[in-house]
Design a binder for this molecule. Structure first.
Ligand SMILES: CC1=C(CCC(=O)O)c2cc3nc(cc4[nH]c(cc5[nH]c(cc1n2)c(C)c5CCC(=O)O)c(CCC(=O)O)c4C)C(CCC(=O)O)=C3C
Ligand SMILES: [Fe+2]
Length: 357
């Protein structure tokens, strides 16, 4: 029995994009930072992270793998929707993808963004990108964006398994350091409908993972939410502590080891393989602090099934049905459509977005 996908006739995977070869690195960084006041020094430094990995970001291959996994998962239940892919900062560019969708006669699509939490960078900026692309493409399809999924049992469950596995490699009584991408504190203050949603959502996800790990291991343990990949000028405050500083305090406090759990990332992005696996791992080594990095969801079955379920859920909601909305944690399932003033940009007027246009 095929699954009812109406009113949708396609799914769009929308992601950040990344360079594929050394010559792509500078133009990619220019795309990312145009007009954002990132110091040249920081750009040179981040460029080096990419060059150290052959000028290729892992993110595009991660998305290709996710597309294949989604296809297989959709086929399993007869969810008969084509899946397209477009990025904010690198080919395949969102505008080109939207043009292709229009040419294929797609009228209405649901978008999966590879970012799980509310914030300007992870939510509204993608919606602005959809709005910009829409204005350039005649007959672009109507697009709905899936609700934030960080507190979905499939996302939390995937990190529970990964955390348990990382702890297995460490001494008894090791701590957990949940890590996410730092953002300016001012961006956190205005994230979500009532502000602070970026941090609140991460704390909620961390608490859920803690509770399940405690249930399984029969003991509470230290855990903290910490940050990586700070950018921007030094005088602008960003969320802290940095993961490296945190490892120093853990070592000073004598914890026997630490599981580093990157709950802010859906797959092994450059931030994960450089900031955590390279830089933080070197810090831990220097401190003689045993560290194990938990896997990101990537193409984990729980994660892929969750994305499929959310597509089916949203289709039902758009047909006027009242689908179940699975949710872990205290914050409840996220809203389907963001309010017009949700997650406003810093230092710029709010621009039009396209979502349920
Ligand atoms: C919250 C958040 C996410 C998670 C949500 C999501 O996934 O969207 C995220 C993801 C990513 N960020 C990425 C790369 C970069 N982010 C930068 C800059 C910035 N990120 C910010 C925030 C976030 N970023 C912010 C507030 C800035 C300052 C400039 C600005 O306000 O825009 C810069 C410029 C250099 C630098 O300053 O670091 C780069 C190169 C990549 C690709 C990695 C790869 O290649 O694998 C990914 C997935
Ligand atoms: Fe970023």
């Amino acid at each position: 029995m095929p699954v009812d996908a109406s009113p949708y006739d396609a799914v769009l995977l929308l992601s950040f994009g990344g360079p594929e070869k050394p010559a792509d690195v500078l133009p990619f960084l220019q795309n990312v930072t145009s007009g954002r006041g990132i110091p040249d020094e920081r750009l040179r430094e981040v460029g080096e992270h990419y060059y150290a990995f052959g000028g290729k970001s892992p993110i595009n291959d991660q998305n290709r793998a996710l597309l294949a996994a989604l296809r297989a998962s959709f086929d399993e239940i007869g969810l008969d929707l084509p899946i397209y892919w477009g990025n904010r900062n690198w080919a395949p560019y969102l505008t080109d993808t939207l043009r292709e969708m229009a040419e294929d006669g797609i009228r209405r699509a649901v978008v999966i963004v590879t970012s799980a939490y509310p914030s300007y960078s992870g939510c509204r900026q993608y919606r602005e990108n959809l709005g910009d692309a829409d204005r350039q493409v005649p007959d672009a399809p109507r697009i709905d964006k899936l609700r934030h999924y960080a507190n979905h049992p499939g996302f939390v469950g995937s990190f529970v398994e990964a955390t348990a596995k990382a702890l297995d490699e460490l001494p008894e009584g090791s701590a957990i350091a949940y890590v996410t991408h730092s953002i300016p504190t001012a961006m956190n203050a205005t994230s979500g409908p009532d502000g602070n949603a970026y941090v609140d959502w991460h704390l909620d996800v961390a608490a859920e993972i803690d509770a399940e790990i405690e249930r399984r291991t029969g003991r509470p343990r230290r855990s903290d939410l910490v940050y990586c990949s700070r950018s921007g000028p030094p005088q602008v405050p960003w969320l802290e502590p940095d993961v490296n500083d945190h490892l120093e305090s853990l070592a000073a406090d004598g914890v026997p080891g630490v599981a580093v759990v990157p709950i802010g990332f859906v797959s092994d992005h450059m931030e994960v393989i450089y900031d955590l696996d390279t830089e933080a791992a070197a810090t831990a080594e220097k401190l003689h602090l045993p560290m194990a990095r938990a896997a990101t969801p990537g193409t984990d079955e729980q994660f892929v099934t969750m994305l499929r379920d959310l597509v089916v859920e949203r289709a039902a909601a758009e047909r006027g049905e009242q689908p179940a909305r699975p949710c872990a944690g205290r914050l409840g399932p996220a809203w389907d459509d963001c309010r017009h003033d949700c997650c406003p940009p810093l230092r710029r007027p709010t621009r039009p977005v396209k979502e349920s246009a």
